[in-house]
Design a protein around this ligand. Structure first.
Ligand code: NAD
Ligand code: IPM
Ligand code: MN
Length: 358
């Protein structure tokens, strides 16, 4: 097949890990007879430095006219002082909103050979395989009113609004139940329905959508309990259905069950063009040192092949190469353990390319 892929490396380690994923995609395309055209675009702090805004119109156009977007990460200390509307993170929110990407899929599974890379005990994390489904274009991230305003008596007031409509909840619940059908048929819906009205509606609509899925088990859990259960007994979870902010927080927590945040890929879908990116950020503390783990991004490229292009065999080839590389003992610093071979970002990418099935 022929496909146009927008490549938005962004900031920090984004600039190191994205080239590794592109390297893998190029070899996969060649081996399987596909033509991928890679179209680079400026995004985040990098775009601010070049053209003054985090999401230039040109970048948005590139994304809209591509078949899929591969993104690294945005943000960093250099741009933290900027007004909110001009910060790198706005680019990501803008892309998600403009591309209609309301469903963010963040699979967290443990590669067995990494059981000792997690800070949690092997017997707690062994066998975990969950899918965090995060609503991505609603909730407190986008709700209005929002802002910071002066108070008459002095001081200021900062405020955001958590808001969900029936339709926004319905469509993400459908994604979760459909996904569960292809897995262990269990959805755990996360909310704070004991306190928040938006969660009360969330729970009601999810329960309603569930009526169409009698073969899938549904349970509800409060987010605070869920955060605790994720480290107490993570194997109990199959599909975790979350609103925007709960999904953001819980997926970072789920990442650590797998050994490192550098391992967790994601797919954002919902309309025509999907966006594929690791769940981690620009990791300014390790950027530019060739130590970032590129696996989350390479696995995001695999998700792109299967979700955007239905190239399941090719996606599986990347997955196999990751497994083989880990089996051979290659480890970046974040997942390194005694007796393993410590490698850099580029060397990990090279090893995965070498281990692609021919
Ligand atoms: P982060 O995810 O960038 O880093 C958290 C920790 O995880 C750091 O210690 C980092 O070194 C480590 N880490 C992250 N990715 C890694 C990798 N591939 N390999 C090894 N270690 C890795 O989160 P943060 O420090 O809170 O945020 C840094 C910047 O990134 C901020 O500007 C934030 O807004 C932005 N951010 C962007 C995205 C995104 O673009 N999707 C996501 C999260 C944070
Ligand atoms: C993520 C990030 C983003 C989010 C930020 C950078 C806007 O943390 O993709 O998880 O909060 O969604
Ligand atoms: Mn996050």
């Amino acid at each position: 097949m022929n496909a146009k892929i927008a490549v938005l490396a962004g900031d920090g380690v984004g600039r190191e890990i994205v080239p590794e994923a592109v390297k893998v995609l190029k070899v996969v395309a060649e081996r399987h007879g596909h033509t991928f055209e890679f179209i680079p675009g400026n995004v985040g702090g990098h775009a601010i430095d070049k053209v003054g805004v985090p999401l230039p119109a040109e970048t948005l156009a590139i994304a809209k006219h591509s078949d899929a977007v591969l993104l690294g990460a945005v943000g960093g200390p250099k741009w933290e002082g900027l007004e909110y509307s001009l910060r790198p993170e706005r680019a990501l929110l803008g892309l998600r909103e403009q591309l209609g990407l309301y469903a963010n899929l963040r699979p967290a599974k443990l590669y067995p050979m990494l059981a000792d890379a997690s800070t949690l005990r092997r017997d707690v994390i062994e066998g975990i395989d969950m899918l965090v489904i995060r609503e991505l274009t609603g909730g407190i991230y986008f709700g209005k009113p929002k802002g910071i305003e002066p108070l008459p008596g002095g001081g200021e007031r900062g405020f955001n609004t958590e808001v969900y409509t029936t339709e926004e909840i319905r469509r993400i619940a459908v994604v979760a139940f459909d996904a569960a059908r292809k897995r262990r048929k269990k959805v755990t819906s996360v909310d704070k329905a004991n306190v928040l009205e938006s969660s009360e509606l969330w729970r009601r609509v999810v329960t309603d959508v569930h009526r169409g899925y009698p073969d899938v088990a549904l349970s509800h859990i409060y987010v605070d309990n869920c955060a605790m259960q994720l480290v107490r007994n993570p194997r109990q979870f199959d599909v975790l259905l979350c609103n925007n902010i709960f999904g953001d927080i819980l997926s970072d927590e789920a990442a650590m069950l797998t050994g490192s945040i550098g391992m967790l890929p994601s797919a954002s879908v919902g309309a025509k063009v999907g966006l594929f990116e690791p769940i981690h950020g620009s990791a300014p503390d390790i950027a530019g040192k060739n130590i970032a783990n590129p696996i989350a991004t390479i696995a995001s490229a695999a998700m792109m092949l299967s979700y955007a292009f239905q190239l399941d065999k090719e996606a599986a080839a990347i997955e196999q190469a990751i497994v083989k590389t880990l089996e051979l003992g290659f480890r970046t610093k974040d997942i390194h353990a005694e007796g393993m071979q410590l490698v850099g970002t580029v060397e990990m990418g090279d090893a995965i390319v070498r281990n692609l099935p021919s």
